[in-house]
Design a protein around this ligand. Structure first.
Ligand code: NAI
Length: 377
């Protein structure tokens, strides 16, 4: 069949979003079908992926979801794809693999889109995939010479806190370039080829050490290994830095950070970066947890505020009233504590908390263009 005429970008984005809504209703079946197609046609690719089928679902479809979310704004899509391409160097990927993945993806999308799959929809997905693959490949091929495919990192410090939380400090075998607020994917020796994203919880340091905050969640293989199994001396693997929630150094607006649980990690890094040069601005950091015990890193935050008077830390607990800290739902406490419309806002934590906070601040008149959060983590 001939390919239809190229579509304009807005029309292409609309077709992709609408068909993806239909496809996403089929949940995990879509990812499992995709991998079945891929491995049937190219069994040699099986070794690039985790052994357990249950671990296959996340990565690729999280990436596709992000692409669909960002498709209308090439301004954020292209940098995301470039970061994704650089990060993919950690896998043993060859150029032809992009075509194999594209082929299995198109077959899968067609199957689950059902009647929504028209020649125009097919063309929109095909040309978007081709563009994404091209940008990723170019980014993979243009990393500076000497950049490792991944960083080996030795665990130097491992401290557990209530609520199955751990703070882990590692030393990469060579400096890992990043900006405060970004995240990397981590692989533990316990689950080969299973990588999960975690934010770096400190601004870049001269000794290049990296801190991570991890909560062991339900069936989370990597988070459970990082909290329960990993010990000082173990070696982790880290991918290259990703993410766009970084401190806007060109802005003169005061800063508001809203952190829920271990979503504190990137905001602590941003607060540290801010403390190096506040330029007359202030930064309010609201740190929400279920109870006093789960305010795991509070002592260090209070030290940071002591050393930098421009920073105010407001701990908030939501489950039981506390003798010492504010009590209530984090988005409510933030909204009731002032009008933040003139601030640059950085939000990180459980998705529902992020959504509720963004909504409350938008209601106050805070422009959505000044509210920053990273959908991937
Ligand atoms: N570890 C890391 O490096 C990073 C973690 N994250 C994300 O941060 C989240 C942290 O989760 P936990 O520590 O388990 O947080 P949590 O469940 O302990 O909640 C933290 C705070 O968010 C509030 N909250 C929770 N659900 C809410 C809701 N539906 N509406 C309003 N407020 C709500 C709680 O009251 C509490 O104040 C995870 O979703 C994780 O993926 C994001 C970026 C980095």
């Amino acid at each position: 069949m001939d390919r239809p005429q190229p579509l304009d970008q807005t029309e292409q984005a609309r077709l992709i979003r609408e068909s993806f809504q239909v496809i996403a209703q089929h949940g995990d079946r879509v990812a499992l079908h995709f991998f079945a197609e891929l491995f049937l046609r190219h069994p040699e690719l099986r070794d690039l992926f985790p052994v357990a089928m249950s671990e296959l679902r996340g990565g690729l479809f999280d990436a596709i979801t992000t692409i669909v979310q960002r498709i209308v704004s090439t301004g954020t899509l292209v940098p995301f794809l470039q970061q994704l391409g650089r990060d993919h160097r950690k896998y043993d990927i060859r150029t032809e693999h992009f075509a194999y993945v594209g082929e299995a993806l198109m077959i899968t999308l067609e199957k689950y889109a059902g009647e929504a799959w028209t020649p125009q929809v097919a063309e929109a997905w095909r040309s978007t995939y081709d563009l994404a693959a091209k940008v990723m490949l170019q980014a993979m091929q243009s990393v500076p010479p000497g950049t490792p495919r991944w960083w080996d990192a030795e665990v130097l410090h491992h401290q557990r806190y209530p609520g199955r939380i751990a703070v882990i400090v590692v030393r990469p075998h060579q400096p890992l370039p990043y900006v405060a607020g970004q995240y990397v994917t981590i692989e533990t020796p316990y689950w080969p080829r299973v990588w999960r994203p975690f934010s770096i919880a400190n601004a870049p340091r001269e000794d290049h050490l990296l801190e991570f905050h991890v909560r062991a969640v339900g069936a989370g293989w990597v988070s459970n290994a990082l909290v329960g199994k990993v010990q000082v001396g173990d070696r982790l693997k880290l991918g290259s830095a990703m993410g766009s929630m970084v401190l806007d150094e060109t802005s003169d607006r005061p800063v508001l950070c809203v952190a829920g649980g271990t979503g504190l990690a990137p905001l602590k890094a941003i607060a540290q970066a801010f403390a190096r040069d506040p330029r007359g601005r202030t930064l309010h950091l609201f740190f929400g947890a279920r109870d006093d015990d789960e305010l795991y890193d509070l002592e260090n935050l209070l030290h940071l505020a002591e050393a930098c008077p421009a920073i105010t830390v407001v701990p908030v607990v939501s489950q039981y009233p506390s003798q010492r800290w504010r009590f209530g739902s984090l988005p409510d406490v933030v909204a009731e504590s002032g009008n933040w419309a003139g601030h640059d806002v950085y939000v990180c934590g459980p998705p529902q908390m992020v959504t509720a906070t963004v909504r409350r601040l938008a209601d106050q008149g805070c422009p959505t263009s000044r509210i920053f959060y990273d959908p991937v983590t």
